[in-house]
Design a protein around this ligand. Sequence first.
Ligand SMILES: C[S@@+](CC[C@H](N)C(=O)[O-])C[C@H]1O[C@@H](n2cnc3c(N)ncnc32)[C@H](O)[C@@H]1O
Length: 298
Amino acid sequence: MEGLVTQMMIAPADENRKHKKAFYFRVIAVCAVIYALIAHFIRSNVLRIGYLLAGMLEYSLTIKEKESLTLQLYSVARERFEISRGLFAWEKTWFSSALPPVPANILITAAGRGREAAALLDGGYSVDAAEPLRKFAIDCAVLPGIRDFFWADHDAVTQGAMSGSGPAAALKGRNYDAVIVGWGSLSHMISRDERKQFLKACHLLAPEGPVLISFFSHDVPPMPNARFLNLGRSAGRRIGRMRGVDAYFDPDDMLNWDAGFFHRFSEAEINALAGALGRRALFAASPYGHATLLPPAG
Ligand SMILES: C[S@@+](CC[C@H](N)C(=O)[O-])C[C@H]1O[C@@H](n2cnc3c(N)ncnc32)[C@H](O)[C@@H]1O
């Protein structure tokens, strides 16, 4: 009898606990589902807005404005391009096979905070560097052991090497053992002509040495045929006309919200650029588009 009473007292308490547990689970599950719905809504709309804006910017900005916007996007990018990150494995393999042995004088353009420069200085190279983004330049310019630093973009390097004017004027007449065009940065030159001129300047700066270029390749998929991208493009064309902007747009130019505007190069394009200088492009394997423009056989 006594046992039965105890059982009767325990049973409702157990039931109660079970109900409470199930109730809280339902509340938690509803919250999780609401969160997933909100996250999905935000993600897909952020993506749509991203496509809309990208399409609009493709057609409403001049090449110079695109290059300037690229630098502004770099200045707020999540990636910090820390010097301490050191060289990537592919860069170690590439540099060790393509660069002349130490001691050699190397110019690195688009050097960022100095990630590549610091590694080469450590390895005993003599390094000059250029970088246009002030936020990065202030770190690179004071790297221990660095020689000349130019607060200059690729166009300014071209101008300096060719005509001895502008922020990289001192480059005129220099003879480096190699030029390294900093990680991915050739792709940030949106103008075909300026790319050609810049590589010509690199060629003049290292007439007998290799020019190492890295770039976004056709491994990067093209922009999708997304509805919002196309909507943005037609708005961009109208804005471009209003602004008097020439609506030239290369389908291999793309916008990445972390790295700005970039051009995807095909191997044929790189070969043509190298050929125009009397050089041969030696392509490295994946994972990233990079090639050595070998000097004309002496
Ligand atoms: C991917 S980051 C690489 C930075 C550095 N080389 C590294 O690997 O840490 C690309 C660099 O290109 C620079 N850049 C962007 N547009 C440029 C341009 N038109 N001329 C020269 N540099 C540019 C950016 O400021 C940035 O430092």
